[in-house]
Design a protein around this ligand. Structure first.
Ligand code: ADP
Ligand code: MG
Length: 152
């Protein structure tokens, strides 16, 4: 298995569509943080844990996440992008802050949607799958992984 895969980088600004159109903001990782993902070739949705130390609110801030890995057609020539939705309600955004993640498994391939509702429904399913998986004994340990910053 290629997992766990460790990622870290400063959150980049995108087109601002995730949060507004889909009710699901995704924090974009910078290109230079992506080489560890080259051990997996599949685009699609992954799950794991993520932490934004500067945005942690009174706890250690290592939270369940789903990550979309894909090719942004805007960049034309096969530019792989990774966007992470953290399953937590943050009080404000955290552009420019450092984000760390451990990717633990693959959920599904990238799909084409005929409707926005279809996509939103699948994102909800992805979140449930991620939470179910992370609750299993083999995954729990990664919430305390030394990759993450120890706070408090
Ligand atoms: P963009 O296209 O700039 O990535 P999004 O609509 O996808 O815009 O929103 C992403 C931004 O929202 C993140 O960069 C982060 O600053 C903020 N944000 C707030 N809550 C979350 C969350 N739970 N998960 C990911 N990003 C979040
Ligand atoms: Mg985004």
């Amino acid at each position: 298995s290629p997992f766990p895969i460790y990622l870290s980088g400063d959150v980049q600004r995108g087109f601002g569509r995730g949060g507004k159109d889909l009710g699901c903001p995704t924090a974009n990782l910078p290109d230079e943080s992506l080489p560890p993902m080259s051990t997996v070739t599949q685009t699609g949705v992954y799950f794991g844990y993520a932490q934004v130390p500067d945005a942690a609110e009174g706890d250690n801030g290592v939270l369940p996440m789903v990550m979309s890995l894909g090719y942004n057609p805007f960049y034309g020539n096969k530019q792989l992008t990774a966007e992470i939705h953290i399953m937590h309600e943050f009080k404000s955004d955290f552009y420019g802050r450092g984000m760390k993640a451990v990717v633990l498994g693959y959920i599904r391939p990238e799909l084409d949607y005929v409707s926005r509702e279809g996509l939103i429904e699948d994102i909800e399913t992805d979140k449930r799958v991620a939470l179910k998986s992370l609750a299993r004994p083999g995954y729990e340990q990664y919430q305390a992984d030394s990759h993450f910053t120890t706070l408090d």
